[in-house]
Design a protein around this ligand. Structure first.
Ligand SMILES: [Zn+2]
Length: 134
């Protein structure tokens, strides 16, 4: 069991259960009611105009919603990207320039489990990137 966590108010009531060995399940039954669940497209507002649609299952009786692992991963990625571009979750750092590269400092709270002192940079747009500290 896991919760779709985020800093966005819209998501606070959204709770999903992930089917046990179900990576991409075709059918699923509710563990509580023991009846077949219905396929259901679930649209989740990430922020403002951004939303993602995932294909999950809904129990017709207790209305509990499940996601297959693949869909849950999709949701995870969307949440990460959404957080990256969110105005609510950001931190301003000064950039310095050494002639070739821009340099900025990363707060140590973000890097408590860093071993290799390396970072992967994934461009997201002209002025956006995602940094994965290793
Ligand atoms: Zn149920």
């Amino acid at each position: 069991m896991r919760k779709a966590k985020s800093n966005f108010e819209e998501l606070e009531d959204v709770e999903f259960k992930i089917g046990n060995e179900a990576f991409k399940p075709k059918t699923l039954s509710c563990s509580k009611c023991d009846i077949q669940m219905k396929k259901s497209g679930i649209e989740i507002n990430l922020e403002g105009e951004v939303s993602i649609k995932v294909l999950g299952f809904e129990c017709p009786k207790c209305k509990k919603r499940y996601l297959g692992l693949e869909e849950a991963k999709k949701l995870d990625k969307a949440l990460i990207i959404s957080r990256l571009v969110s105005e609510d979750f950001k931190m301003e750092r000064s950039l310095s320039f050494d002639g070739d590269n821009f340099i900025f400092r990363v707060p140590k709270e973000f890097t408590h489990d860093v071993h290799k002192k390396k970072v992967d940079i994934i461009p997201l747009g002209a002025k956006q990137f995602c940094a994965l500290v290793k």
